[in-house]
Design a protein. Structure first.
Length: 572
């Protein structure tokens, strides 16, 4: 047991060893982690706390002696903890309340034993740095060595993610106890047969999340959670415990104002000592700026403490190269590999990607095949219809937009002038009253066939389109294909539209409404690196319908590429 900083040295404390290595510049760390370490160094001299490393060092000993890796290329090898992992474990388990500190903080006398100070930790760390393996080893240690009757939960936003650490714990258990003499696993969980402790999993989809009696919890990838339902139920289930523990391990994500954003906001206020919460350990591996990611390779260690031992530098270099050419890759990489928070609705294209002065004459495509697309999501707003034609590897776009008279009448100032200019150019069709007359959309497609002989292979429509309009189109002989506006349908075609726009392989006849829609379009991304078109934040009143119909047309093209290209060749 150590009661003062004078007794604590790098020889007997991994926390001090880690801190001093950072101070010497041997380990590169970000400002937020350094702030936490500075705070902990001050707390070593605070009479409110006793620093007792016995529990922490025992757990490290168990992990390194009995836990083995479960994934290649380290499968079956002993788990040798990294210095940052030892420092984290030691800090989390070693700070205990002194009698004086406990009375001052809680206003009541402590139990006869020293009670652990930290009840909760936020470990924000980039992917592939061993966070899941570390927490699996900690959970197995608590299962085998903790007080009897412990309930330990593995949790996340969905069952699949919650299963990752649960299954890793079980794989470690199987290597530790291959004949199931001390432990057992079934559908309900993993059990210690001697001390009656157990590990189980819950997610947002688990019924009856309340009413449990949880001692320890690992919450994985909390960046996906929009609400605190799971975390709150765990907190409440730990209310009767003297020494509960809750470790939130995560990377940055793409949900704005979700559970993680609120937790990090609170944690950063605690870190800055703007709020008092002596029970929260805020351990953040973050970059100090986005610029240093691109400019200083050495800074990568700030968000990747296992770089060079677990995570390969060449992997990050490959990700950097991809990110320089692909917007989705860049957003995903910055969030997942460097913990740089990304707006979940960030601008999709640069001005130079959109700009294309090329034009073409529809007469040159007389008798050709086309793919159609419409976005009729709101009958009282702007609607878009599109024809995609091909020649070689280039796509050529014909388009028409539709708007109700009442919507046009409601516009003011420059916006009104813009729409009236489009109307004079014949780019916009007006419907009487408050709703678009979708028969005018049908007439546009029929006109392209009658006037130019353009034959439509398929016409894609989104799920909000009018049922009667689809039937009307089918009555004219159009083959209609539904394209839902969701991640699975929109992601790949949106990526291809981006690539083709950048390569100037899309000639949209320099249509100003198309350009307007593309400028207003942002992309949102999920944890599968799938993307979707949304409006740029701050431009909620602007329109993206033209971009949406481009993507829908590309969806039809990608689903039927071989057959459509063959038809194009025959007609050409």
């Amino acid at each position: 047991m150590l009661n003062s900083c004078e007794k604590l040295t790098a020889e007997n404390s991994y926390l001090v060893q880690y801190y001093e290595a950072i101070q010497r510049g041997e380990i590169i760390a970000g400002a937020e982690l350094i702030q936490q370490l500075d705070n902990l160094m001050e707390d070593l001299q605070n009479p409110a706390f006793v620093y007792d490393t016995k529990d922490a060092h025992f757990r490290m000993m168990f992990i390194e002696r009995f836990c083995k890796h479960t994934k290649s290329p380290f499968y079956g090898k002993p788990f040798i903890l990294e210095l940052w992992e030892k420092a984290f474990i030691e800090a989390f388990y070693s700070f205990k309340w002194s009698d004086e500190g406990y009375i001052n903080y809680y206003g009541e006398k402590p139990l006869k034993k020293l009670l652990r100070r930290f009840k909760k930790a936020i470990l924000l760390i980039a992917r592939k740095n061993g966070k899941s393996t570390l927490c699996a080893a900690l959970a197995l240690t608590e299962l085998m060595c903790g007080t009897g009757g412990n309930d330990i939960v593995c949790s996340s936003n969905d069952d699949a993610q919650a299963s990752i650490i649960f299954e890793e714990i079980n794989s470690m258990r199987e290597q530790f106890d291959p004949k199931d003499r001390r432990t057992h696993k079934n559908l309900k969980g993993i059990f210690n047969l001697l001390n009656k402790s157990k590990v189980f999993k819950i997610s947002d989809r688990t019924r009856n999340k309340e009413g449990r009696n949880i001692d320890g919890a690992i919450l994985d990838e909390s960046n996906e959670m929009e609400t605190n339902v799971i975390a709150k139920s765990i907190d409440q289930s730990q209310s009767t415990k003297d020494e509960p523990w809750f470790i939130n391990i995560t990377t940055e994500g793409f949900v704005n104002d979700g559970y993680l954003d609120k937790e990090l906001s609170y944690g950063r206020q605690v870190l800055a000592k703007e709020l008092e919460d002596e029970t929260l350990l805020v351990w953040l591996y973050t970059q100090d700026s986005e610029a240093e990611v691109w400019q200083n390779e050495k800074s990568w260690m700030k968000s990747n403490p296992s770089l060079g031992t677990i995570k390969k530098p060449k992997y990050l270099k490959d990700q950097i190269r991809k990110a320089q050419h692909d917007k989705a890759e860049r957003i995903f990489m910055l969030a997942k590999d460097f913990n740089v928070k990304q707006n979940n609705a960030t601008a999709w294209l640069l001005h130079e990607d959109i700009t294309n002065d090329e034009r073409f004459d529809v007469e040159s495509f007389r008798g050709c095949f086309a793919i159609g697309a419409v976005d009729l999501s709101k009958s009282g707003d702007l609607a878009s219809a599109r024809a995609l034609l091909m020649r070689g590897s280039k796509k050529f776009m014909l388009q028409q937009y539709f708007i109700p008279q009442s919507k046009l009448d409601g516009l003011k100032g420059e916006e009104r002038k813009r729409y009236e200019g489009w109307l004079k150019e014949g780019l916009l069709t007006i419907s009487d009253g408050n709703e678009n007359d979708f028969r005018l959309v049908t007439e546009w497609f029929v006109k392209l066939f009658k006037q130019f002989g353009i034959k439509f292979y398929k016409v894609g429509y989104d799920k909000w389109s009018a049922i009667y309009w689809v039937k009307e189109m089918e009555s004219y002989g159009f083959d209609m294909q539904r394209v839902d506006q969701n991640w699975g349908s929109m992601s790949e075609p949106m990526k291809l539209v981006e690539a083709d726009l950048k390569s100037k392989l899309i000639n949209y006849n320099n249509n100003p409404i198309d350009r307007f829609c593309l400028e207003n379009t942002a992309l949102t991304i999920n944890n599968k690196m799938e993307i979707m078109p949304v409006k740029v934040q701050g431009k909620e009143d602007k329109k993206i319908d033209g971009a949406v119909t481009m993507i829908i047309a590309y969806r039809i093209y990608m689903d039927n590429r071989t057959e459509f290209i063959e038809l194009v060749k025959r007609a050409g």
